[in-house]
Design a protein around this ligand. Structure first.
Ligand SMILES: [Zn+2]
Length: 246
């Protein structure tokens, strides 16, 4: 689904736009000139659905050369192995995510707990995926005419990384499950969720300038996306927890 020039939504499930499999997070493609960068990979249950969206959008899957993961939860990383196998793309992730995704650490990514709670079907199979590049918060990765800056944004999960992507025309926050439209967050009773860390992350995001907020679920915002960080900050500054989408 083309959002704008150089920006497509190619997967999105029941917590978003019902574009592909119900368990998929929002998966965005950002153009870097000749190539595409993918942010998160969906749950991996319905590669044909994503392939159909790409075909509709006129995008060759082989032109997707990089995949950036925000965290290890299965709705974000479960599809990584498929895309790496298919397109031979470079998978980037933070250090903890890289270790858990590569080894298929289902407890580390809270999949065992989520499956038992009925969040995922009992027959859901997670495919581990090698990670080619461990991102370091603070580095800047130049790909074509865009730059990608990883930012440590723990809280929703202890391994969570967000990405600020600067294109010739915009500054995007690929926020995964760190920040949602309306200043909301995603808090669950799982071991890798840490409310205090989450509040510190909101303070961090409120200091970062970006135009578009492209989150892992629900809707996105193309202009003045930073207002959603400011909305979350008003709760945190009052020692409250922002409302959760879950
Ligand atoms: Zn998550």
């Amino acid at each position: 689904m083309r959002i704008d020039r150089g920006l497509h939504l190619v997967m999105s499930g029941g917590g978003g736009f019902d574009l592909t499999d119900a368990f998929d997070c929002n998966v965005f493609l950002v153009g870097s000139g000749e190539e595409w960068l993918m942010f998160d990979a969906g749950a991996g249950r319905d590669p044909a659905g994503a392939a159909a969206v790409l075909a509709e959008d006129g995008i060759d899957p082989m032109s997707i050369r990089h995949l950036f993961l925000t965290h290890g939860h299965a709705d974000h990383s479960g599809g990584a192995a498929h895309w790496r196998d298919l397109a031979g793309l470079t998978v980037h992730a933070g250090q903890q995510t890289a270790a858990m995704v590569a080894s298929g650490d289902e407890n580390g990514i809270s999949l065992g707990r989520a499956r038992a709670a009925g969040v995922y079907p009992m027959d859901y199979v997670y495919s581990p995926c090698p990670v080619d590049h461990v991102v370091v918060p603070g580095e800047s990765i130049r790909i074509g005419d865009v730059s990608v800056q990883p930012i440590a944004t723990p809280g929703h999960s202890h391994d969570h990384i967000s990405y600020v992507v600067t294109t010739p025309t915009r500054r995007l926050l690929l926020g995964g499950d760190a920040l949602f439209h309306g200043g909301k967050v995603a808090i669950q009773d799982i071991e890798d969720c840490d409310v205090s860390a989450y509040c510190r992350t909101i303070r961090t995001l409120a200091t970062i300038e970006f135009d578009a907020l492209l989150p892992g679920h629900l809707t996105f915002s193309l202009k003045d996306g930073h207002r959603h960080a400011k909305a979350a900050l008003t709760y945190v500054e009052a020692l409250h927890i922002p409302p959760s989408i879950i």
